[in-house]
Design a protein around this ligand. Structure first.
Ligand SMILES: [Zn+2]
Length: 302
């Protein structure tokens, strides 16, 4: 299966990658951003966390994906070498922070959902995969074949966990099958697209749940819940923009949106621009409604 060629996937998905070279390149990038301290895969996890995590505080979430990917390299590299048996929870926390940056996601997005949106394989599955590849040493077959087999098994396990999850239903509804989503060769998520995919963003239902809006109701049609589904697929307020997209791509449904997006670069960009236009307008509208709604849309970008 062909995987996205983003730096983050390469960094975590290939044992043949020169990790030190990756980290050195990434460090140079971080130094340009004014980050101090050196992160080595040989350092212990606690020190790595102390030095790496502030890196991600240097920039807001609204940054381009290529920079996000660079930001993900150092901590993911450390995850491969930082003592998984002793620090599993803390490693998962580091990985989650990296994925939040890659996806430009709100901090309230769950670990499981953001890993899928960012396309980053959870560390516990990666650890198991590496162990299996190691155990296959001496068996017939080339190393690359064994790695491909192990990766397929890893994806199968991840899909099982994703299917069994009772939460994150909206993201599951949009991305039910992980294989095509992870294996796509185009498209990067951004701040607005991630809001569509997670439901965490400029939606009154979400803001109300966070204590940032007085009501979850839609401001335009008085629907009981202004969430991502209502905004992008139902609400008449955004029907004009929705129909413009549908004229180009065909009918929009949550269950088929991911397939439509990964069909072509044009489709992906069209959906991304739809999300950006709608949510930019919504943010302005929410801001005009008063400090409660506005507070929620601004503070969560950090
Ligand atoms: Zn509405």
């Amino acid at each position: 299966m062909k995987f996205r060629t983003t730096a983050i996937v390469n960094a975590i998905g290939s044992s043949s990658v020169d990790l030190n070279a990756l980290i050195t390149r990434s460090w140079k990038k971080h130094r340009e951003l004014g980050v101090r301290g050196y992160c080595s895969p040989l350092l212990d996890c606690d020190y790595s966390m102390k030095t790496c995590l502030p890196v991600n505080r240097q920039s807001p979430n609204i940054i381009n994906s290529s920079l996000s990917n660079h930001q993900g390299i150092v901590p993911f590299g450390i995850l491969q070498h930082g003592g998984i048996a002793y620090h599993r929870k803390r490693l998962a926390a580091v990985q989650r922070r990296c994925a939040l940056r890659v996806a430009c996601a709100y901090r309230t997005v769950s670990h499981e959902a953001v890993m899928v949106v960012a396309g980053a394989i959870p560390i516990h599955l990666l650890a198991k995969e590496r162990k299996e590849v190691y155990q296959k040493k001496g068996q017939p077959g080339t190393r690359s074949t064994k790695k491909e087999e192990s990766r397929e098994e890893t994806l199968g396990r991840w899909q099982e966990e994703w299917d069994a999850a009772q939460k994150w239903q909206w993201t599951k509804r949009l991305i039910p099958r992980l294989g095509p989503w992870l294996g796509r060769s185009l498209g990067e998520v951004d701040f607005f697209l991630t809001q569509l995919l997670t439901g965490h963003g400029a939606f009154r239902a979400y803001l109300h749940k966070m204590g940032r809006a007085r009501s979850p109701m839609c401001l335009h049609c008085s629907d009981a819940r202004d969430d991502a589904c209502h905004t992008f697929f139902v609400c008449e307020r955004w029907a004009g923009w929705r129909h413009a997209v549908e004229d180009e791509l065909g009918g929009l449904q949550p269950e088929t949106l991911d397939q439509k997006m990964i069909e072509s670069d044009r489709n992906w960009k069209r959906v991304a621009s739809f999300a950006r236009a709608v949510l930019s307008e919504k943010r302005m509208e929410l801001a005009s409604q008063g400090p409660a709604a506005h507070e929620g849309t601004s503070s969560s970008e950090e």
